[in-house]
Design a protein around this ligand. Structure first.
Ligand code: AMP
Length: 135
C-alpha cells in the first residue's frame, strides 16, 4: 500500500483528520485552557494523574511525538519546554504548587502509553509519587 510520508507522520496533509487537540485549538470541543500563544496551547488534562496535570501542545498537528518534533522543529520543542516551565511558576496555572519544579513527560508510542498522536507534554506538579515515571 502506498501511503505518503505526510500521511504517515500526520504532517500537514489537509485531508488528515483533526486530532482531539486540534479540535480544542479550534474551540470545537471545550477544555480548561490556561495558556495560548501563536504556537502552543496549554490546558488541564481531563483525567488528571497528579494534583496539577497540564498538557502543553503545539498548535500544529504535524508532529506525532516528541522525536518527530525534535527532528522537525527543535525551536518549537524548546518553546514547549519553556512554556511548561513558565506555567509551573505561575500561581494561576499551578496554584499552591507553583514553583520552579515540575515533572515533564512525553509518552512516545502506543506501548509507552501514548494515546493521542499529536505531540504533547504532560506537565505534572504537586506531591508526586517518588520512584514512578507513570503519569
Ligand atoms: P497520552 O496518553 O500521553 O497520549 O496523553 C493523552 C492525554 O490527553 C491523556 O492524559 C488524556 O487524559 C488527555 N485528554 C484526552 N482528551 C482530552 C480532552 N478532551 N481534554 C483534556 N485532556 C484530554
Amino acid at each position: 500500500m502506498s501511503v505518503g510520508v505526510a500521511t504517515m507522520v500526520g504532517m500537514t496533509d489537509s485531508t488528515a483528520e483533526p486530532t482531539v487537540f486540534s479540535r480544542i485549538v479550534a474551540r470545537e470541543i471545550p477544555a480548561d485552557i490556561v495558556f495560548e500563544s501563536d504556537t502552543v496551547i496549554a490546558f488541564r488534562d481531563i483525567a488528571p494523574q497528579a494534583p496539577v496535570h497540564l498538557l502543553v501542545v503545539p498548535k500544529t498537528q504535524a508532529y506525532r511525538d516528541v522525536v518527530e518534533l525534535a527532528e522537525g522543529d527543535p525551536a518549537l520543542l524548546a518553546d514547549l519546554v519553556a512554556t511548561a516551565s513558565r506555567l509551573a511558576a505561575d500561581p494561576v496555572a499551578f496554584g499552591e504548587h507553583s514553583g520552579a519544579e515540575f515533572r515533564l513527560i512525553f509518552n512516545t508510542g502506543a506501548s509507552a502509553g501514548q494515546t493521542v498522536f499529536h505531540v504533547h507534554a504532560h506537565v505534572l506538579g504537586g506531591p508526586l509519587q517518588e520512584g514512578t515515571l507513570a503519569h
